[in-house]
Design a protein. Structure first.
Length: 340
């Protein structure tokens, strides 16, 4: 970890809104492809616990964490239990095939974030879900005690386990600014370990991180995603880098950074799906590429006329894993505008 960069990242933060142990940030539901032509209902639980030990330069998840150094034991189970009850009330007609993402804004297998003594009760509350997805930093998976903890949790589940890890970028210029505290080799080894243990891997890749030249950012997003796939990640999710953590705004001018546009997201996704057509079935059979649309509304480079059809097209491409033509391209000239 670069201490001077970490200091700058942390000092750019705004004051945290106090969070209460045992009270979640809510839930969301979306559809995801299982890669075999089926759409699965995926619930995401936004759990509140202690802060991540790392300080990645683009991360704003610290906003949703407690000040406490350790997540109080039992508080995550309580949140999961309460969210199950709330969903049963608010959304009684559920898809029989469901996945559950337990996102705690840090690392599921860091004992400071999730005490291992709580794994068994959490696993009990995950009964019936076909797959459980948690997030974890790849460098932690170099430690034997963490690997053991992962395997124990996998064995406690009655469904499959998937671990989501941020690769972010393989661009050397972008990596200088990431403060990720992880080498590419550590990421590759973590993916390999999980693959040999029949644990699915989801990799997060950033579109236009700090430090990556704007003109090259689509290319680096594609190359980073393909590298993650070559390492063995089953699902690669491309996320537009967002502002809002303080640090990015503070250095944006210095490094000539600006938020990625809707067109850049489309271009990267189009390239990933089109490139796959040229690869062998063996190389691509298990790989799913998706784009994160959670922040679509705030993305630049679209207007009220084109926003909805473009969002729908990307959503359908997420589902089908097939390139679809941009039938609404004649409606406006947003796609041609270069934002400076
Ligand atoms: S490892 Fe994840 S949660 Fe932790 S600072 Fe980095 S992006 Fe944020």
């Amino acid at each position: 970890m670069d201490k001077s960069l970490t200091g700058k990242i942390r000092s750019a933060r705004s004051p945290k809104i106090p969070r209460v142990a045992g009270q979640s940030m809510g839930w969301a539901q979306e559809l995801e492809t299982d890669g075999h032509g089926n759409l699965i209902s995926a619930l995401t639980y936004f759990l509140v616990g202690s802060e991540c030990r790392f300080s990645c330069s683009m991360c704003d998840l610290w906003k949703y964490t407690l000040d406490a150094k350790k997540t109080p034991v039992g508080s995550l189970t309580l949140q999961i239990e309460n969210l199950h009850r709330r969903i049963a009330r608010e959304s009684p007609n559920r898809n029989p095939r469901e996945w559950l993402k337990l996102y705690n804004a840090s690392n599921f297998f860091d004992p400071a974030n999730v005490d291992p003594s709580e794994h068994a009760t959490i696993a009990q509350w995950c009964r019936g879900f076909e797959r459980v997805i948690v997030e974890n930093h790849a460098a932690l998976l170099a430690r034997q005690n963490i690997r053991d903890s992962v395997l124990r949790f996998r064995d406690l589940l009655d469904g499959e386990l998937e671990i989501a890890m941020g690769l972010e970028t393989i661009d050397p210029q972008g990596r200088k600014w990431l403060n990720k505290s992880m080498s590419l080799d550590q990421f590759a080894k973590a993916v390999e370990f999980l693959g040999t243990e029949a644990i699915h891997v989801r990799a997060f890749v950033l579109l236009q991180p700090l430090g990556t030249p704007l003109a090259d950012s689509v290319d680096w997003a594609v190359r980073s995603s393909q590298w993650a796939a070559q390492c063995g990640a089953n699902r690669i999710c491309l996320i537009p880098t967002r502002t809002g953590n303080g640090f990015i705004q503070s250095v944006a001018k210095q490094v000539a950074w600006q938020p990625p546009t809707a067109r850049q997201l489309e271009q990267a996704f189009e390239k990933l799906l089109q490139d796959r057509l040229g690869q062998s079935a063996l190389e691509t059979s298990e790989v799913i590429y998706t784009v994160d649309l959670w922040d679509w509304d705030s993305m630049l480079g679209k207007c009220s006329t084109c926003s909805e059809p473009r969002h729908e097209r990307l959503k359908q491409m997420n589902y089908s894993q097939c390139f679809q033509s941009d039938v609404a391209s004649h409606l406006c000239d947003c796609r041609a505008i270069q934002i400076k």
